[in-house]
Design a binder for this molecule. Structure first.
Ligand code: MN
Ligand code: MN
Length: 322
């Protein structure tokens, strides 16, 4: 399929310079006809679930800009994602910045169309609440496992009284609704001060494997990869990457930074280590350009998307090879 033509190929950087042209994700074509697309790169410019410092609504546009730095071949795995699978920029989901409930419905409806079209989505957020409507859409055939990179578990229950939908609650709701299998969910990098001593108890009681940042450094990258693979197993698995899982030295442009996180290189090694899992989609969330004067956090976000894209594309190539 990928060799059928140039429709799904990135604009070559040695023809039109990387700084030129209209920025799309990784210089891929922006398509409105989804025919033949296997991996769709999608922006969700929405931060209506943010409880503290807002700004992730500006993430997709700046990630598109910095994603023009990505090239054709992964330097370590040698995966060629744009040849392994037909990848395209599907554009942004139309959201409502002043209506949370309507936005959740709009996002879910959009990803139901993506799922029905047989497209694997790779999303740039936006705040972490957007993972909930995506999981709802992708779990149409049964609950998903998840490899979740974050400083926070995002399994809190309610905020500001009785509000059940914030970027601190998506995975509690997803487990309650049966779209996320807690026993196939691993959270990596958890840290930061808590509201109370028992903040993590609910998730642990459901069977989530929580790897705190202390355990991450005690085990080391390779052992954490092995543990993530063991927990996710052979079933369909979603990858969710909150940039605040990284140390804010590497990703200062985010709403809820927590010091003492893993490095960009450690995160890249972990994402590469997921190759071979049945990854059905992924997202990179919480890039907030207003807190990112250097623009580096958007480059970090774009590069993590590229890492996830490579393992998703490799899965498609394996399937095609039979
Ligand atoms: Mn999060
Ligand atoms: Mn977080």
């Amino acid at each position: 399929m990928a060799q059928d033509g140039q429709r799904f190929r990135p604009v070559p950087g040695d023809v039109l310079p990387r700084f030129a042209g209209i920025a799309t994700f990784m210089r891929l074509p922006h398509v409105t006809d989804w025919t033949g697309v296997e991996i769709g790169l999608i922006g969700v410019p929405w931060d209506g679930g943010t409880t503290n410092r807002a700004g992730a609504r500006h993430g997709p546009r700046q990630i598109r800009d910095l994603s023009t730095m990505m090239r054709n071949v992964h330097h370590a795995s040698r995966i060629r994602p744009f040849e392994a699978a037909n990848c395209a920029d599907l554009g942004d989901v139309q959201v409502n910045p002043i209506d949370l409930e309507e936005s959740l419905e709009l996002i879910e409806a959009y990803y139901r169309r993506v799922h029905a079209a047989g497209i694997l989505p790779l999303t740039a957020g936006g705040d972490h609440l957007l993972s909930l409507p995506i999981l709802r859409a992708l779990a149409a055939d049964g609950p998903l496992g998840m490899v979740h990179f974050d400083a926070h578990t995002d399994t809190w229950d309610r905020y500001f009284g009785d509000h059940r939908y914030t970027h601190g609650t998506p995975f509690r709701r997803a487990i309650e609704e049966g779209v996320l299998d807690p026993k196939r969910t691993v959270q990596i990098g958890i840290r930061g001060s808590l509201y109370g001593e028992n903040d993590h108890e609910w998730g642990l009681a459901q069977g989530i494997r929580v790897i705190t940042i202390e355990e991450f450094y005690d085990l080391g990258v390779e052992a954490v990869i092995a543990e993530a693979r063991r927990v996710a197993g052979d079933g369909p698995t979603y990858v969710s990457f909150d940039v605040d899982g990284l140390d804010p030295v590497y990703a200062p442009g985010t709403g809820t930074p927590e010091i003492g996180g893993y490095s960009t290189h450690e995160a890249q090694r972990m994402l590469r280590g997921l190759d071979g899992l049945e990854i059905v989609g992924g997202d990179v969330v919480e890039v907030a350009p207003p807190f990112d004067p250097s623009g580096m956090t958007a480059l970090v976000g774009a590069t993590m998307m590229y890492e996830i894209l490579c393992v998703m594309a490799a899965r498609i190539a394996r399937r095609r090879a039979g």
